[in-house]
Every structure is written in structure tokens, then in C-alpha cells.
Design a protein around this ligand. Structure first.
Ligand code: ADP
Length: 200
């Protein structure tokens, strides 16, 4: 059985940190839309040139561009055992496009993990990062963009019965343990990686 997850949360809520941990635990790729877009900008591709100003301003890139990127990424064979989406979807049209894609593949999402985090914790964390768009004014704007454009997904996934809520302001290892607790029932017992040393 594949493990198909979405990590939802405002900038600085720890999606990237948790995605890396999940990749190691479950051997499934983390797909971070922001990383893919930044790589395009750095490589100076036509797509990168198109999206650069959105990233610099902390605005969302047009839905169709990101949806196309994710559709292509999900068609790669390493996603067969599952995937962790980090930073996608971020708008209702993106969520609907993802549902349509996954319906076609007959593999609906297993869970959407929402890392609910207060603004001050977010700003404290983003203040310690060194990405160009983590500058205080842009970081604040990205949080507003989340509240306006992405927060509606909370209700969308709650209605689908997929939403799982975790307090993202807790230390990363506490969040990781909470995520593990909610994933355990989703994976077959024989698929849970053995993380403890055997005694015999
Ligand atoms: P964070 O979650 O810390 O804001 P990301 O790396 O996920 O960082 O996103 C950085 C930027 O990339 C966003 O501000 C936006 O410009 C762009 N971006 C990433 N994912 C999406 C998406 N799904 N839709 C539109 N824009 C996106």
C-alpha cells in the first residue's frame, strides 16, 4: 500500500523539516514545490524567469504552473510507494487538481497533516533562516497569503475526512512523534520500518 501524504502549514511551520524526516522513515520522496521552483530560478530556465518575481515578493505562483510541475513529478516511478507533498497544494484550485490527478491514478490521499502554528512562532523561526524571502516584511506577507489563500484548504480537507491537526509550534521532535502516531495506523504493520535495534 502506498503512503500518500500532504503537509499543510504556514511558512515556518516546519513542513520541510518533517518532510525530510518522513522521507528517511518511510523511504518515500518528499516533493517540495518551493524547492522545485527555486531550483528553476537558480538554473535560469524559462520557467525560473517566469516565477522569480512571485517568489521574491512572497506571492503564489499561478496555479497552472505548479499543477503541471506536480503532475509531472507524480508520474515519476519513485512515487509508486508513496509521496510527501510539502508546499502543494496551496489554493483550492490546486487541491481540486490534485484530487483529480489522484482519482485518475486511483490512489486518494491518505492524510493531510496540518501543522497549525501561531504567527509569532513562525516569525521567530523565519527570522533565523537566510532565504531572501524570509526578510521580515516578506515573511509577514507570506503568512497573510497563507491565511487568505491556503487556509481554506483546512475546511476542504476536513470535509473530505483527511485532515489531521498537529501543533506546529512544538519542538520538531515532538511534532515528528505526533506525526508518527497518526501515520502508524495508515501503514500496514509489515511496512512499518524497524527503527529499534533488535535484541537477539
Ligand atoms: P514556505 O512554506 O516557507 O513559504 P516554500 O518553499 O514552500 O516556502 O515556498 C516558497 C515560495 O514558492 C512561495 O512563497 C511561492 O512563491 C512559491 N510556491 C511554492 N509552492 C507553491 C504553490 N503550491 N503554489 C504557488 N506558489 C508556490
Amino acid at each position: 500500500m502506498a503512503l500518500d501524504l500532504v503537509l499543510l502549514g504556514p511558512p515556518g511551520s516546519g513542513k520541510g523539516t518533517q518532510a525530510v524526516w518522513l522521507t528517511e522513515q518511510y523511504r518515500i520522496p518528499a516533493i517540495a514545490s518551493g524547492d522545485i521552483l527555486r531550483a528553476q530560478v537558480e538554473a535560469g530556465t524559462p520557467l525560473g524567469k517566469r516565477v522569480r518575481s512571485y517568489l521574491d515578493r512572497g506571492e503564489l505562483v499561478p496555479d497552472q504552473l505548479v499543477v503541471d510541475i506536480i503532475r509531472q513529478r507524480l508520474s515519476e516511478p519513485d512515487t509508486e510507494a508513496g509521496f510527501i507533498l510539502d508546499g502543494f497544494p496551496r489554493t483550492l484550485p490546486q487541491a481540486q487538481a490534485l484530487d483529480a490527478m489522484l482519482a485518475e491514478l486511483q490512489r486518494p490521499l491518505d492524510a493531510v497533516i496540518y501543522l497549525e502554528t501561531d504567527r509569532q512562532s513562525l516569525l521567530d523561526r523565519l527570522g533565523h533562516r537566510h532565504r531572501q524571502d524570509d526578510r521580515a516584511d516578506i515573511a509577514n506577507h507570506r503568512i497573510d497569503v497563507f491565511l487568505e489563500q491556503t487556509a481554506p484548504l483546512i475546511g476542504y480537507y476536513r470535509d473530505e475526512g483527511k485532515l489531521r491537526l498537529i501543533d506546529g509550534a512544538q519542538p520538531p521532535e515532538v511534532v515528528a512523534a505526533a506525526i508518527e502516531d497518526l501515520i502508524r495506523p495508515l501503514v500496514g504493520a509489515d511496512e512499518v520500518p524497524n527503527t529499534r535495534p533488535t535484541t537477539s
